[in-house]
Design a protein around this ligand. Structure first.
Ligand code: NAD
Length: 336
């Protein structure tokens, strides 16, 4: 090994170990020790270094995996269809590049239809309905293995215990985000301060900490919310729509809530317009969002695009800048 490779190797190990520690604090303890912007910076540094030296990528690198292993306090759930993460775009140039890659891979130059959705800042869960009845709820965990949090999910009022259709399919898995409204988060932290108990860093950590309680009675008191954003495994007796947006309408018809900010757009410029619009309205929303998720609408095209290690090629999260950078981006008129 040359001195140079040795140095690269050392730097890779340093970044991996730091990021693994941050992952553990964030996903398992629900108690991050650094801001997301710092985490994202280190993650991108690791990713860039690995891209330059692909021969040094290890299977256990945080760039090859989603989240972190679940906590041992819960029964484990294996996701038959993995629950992946999303690639991130930090600015509009990266969005333009994403769109170009999609066009190139599909060998077409016409505008792609995308579904724009708010990127809810909570945690991903899977809800399994068998013959119309909610039989299992699980966290994403590390993507292939999550935690069984059925009793806790049942305390969330917007999650139906029974689907609202007459002939429910044998099996249908709906995925979405559990999150905490800003006002519930503030009330929870007020109460925590008054009783000198743990104050949560942000609504995301409060939602995760509340959902992953071993005592469902605590979860029940926390006022969690839920929005669905995709289907997982579905049995053949349910005819799935062939556009992502239409699948969201199907989910709504089953009785599950879907954000009414979701919109179909055509081409990259309309994705960027959607992003700017919702970024301006960010503070007025009842819940925190940390960006916009853009998904190719046509499922046949999604299938042609496929996946890379930890994320689909047909979707991207266009992240909002860290809060302190927002004013610069939108100009002086914007109040933060
Ligand atoms: P992610 O949050 O970047 O994106 C994937 C997740 O987005 C999904 O799992 C789902 O929960 C969520 N999501 C919200 N709305 C969605 C929608 N409409 N459609 C699909 N998914 C939607 O990825 P991640 O792997 O969950 O987390 C990585 C991020 O977490 C990092 O970029 C960082 O900001 C943060 N993090 C911070 C620390 C820290 O120490 N501060 C540690 C680990 C992770």
């Amino acid at each position: 090994m040359t001195d140079k490779t040795d140095n690269v190797q050392k730097e890779l190990e340093r970044l991996r170990s730091l990021i693994s520690d941050y992952n553990y604090q964030y996903y398992v303890l629900d108690d991050p020790s650094v801001p997301d912007s710092e985490y994202d910076r280190l993650y991108r540094e690791l990713h860039a270094l690995e891209s330059k030296h692909p021969e040094l990528i290890t299977e256990d690198s945080p760039t090859q995996r989603v989240g972190a292993k679940p906590d041992s306090g819960f029964e484990e759930v294996i996701h038959e269809l993995p629950m992946l993460s999303l690639d991130n775009a930090m600015d509009s140039d990266e969005m333009v590049n994403f769109n170009r890659r999609v066009n190139d891979r599909l060998a077409q130059s016409k505008d792609i239809e995308y579904v724009c959705e708010p990127k809810l800042d909570g945690l991903a869960i899977s809800l399994l309905y068998e013959n119309g009845i909610l039989t299992r709820a699980a966290t994403r965990g590390d993507g292939s293995q999550g935690e069984n949090i059925t009793l806790n999910a049942k305390t969330i009022r917007s999650i139906p215990l029974k689907l609202r259709i007459n002939n429910p399919p044998e099996r249908i898995e709906v995925r979405g985000e559990v999150f905490m409204l800003k006002r519930s988060f503030e009330a929870l932290n007020e109460e925590a301060k008054a009783t000198e108990s743990k104050v949560f860093a942000n609504p995301r950590n409060a939602a995760a900490g509340s959902l992953r309680q071993l005592d469902p009675q605590i979860t029940a008191k926390r006022n969690l919310s839920f929005y669905a954003y995709s289907m997982g495994l579905v049995s053949d007796d349910f005819k799935l729509a062939d556009k992502h947006y239409d699948r969201l309408l199907q989910i709504k018809d089953l009785g599950l809530p879907v954000s009414n900010e979701v919109k179909v757009v055509s081409g990259i410029e309309e994705c960027l317009d959607y992003y700017r619009d919702i970024l301006e309205r960010r503070d007025a929303l009842e819940y925190e969002i940390d960006g916009v998720v853009n998904k190719v609408n046509d499922i046949a095209l999604q299938e042609r695009l496929g996946f890379v290690a930890r994320a689909p090629r047909w979707a991207i999260a266009h992240k909002f800048p860290a809060q302190e950078e927002v004013t610069q981006l939108l100009g002086v008129d914007f109040q933060v």
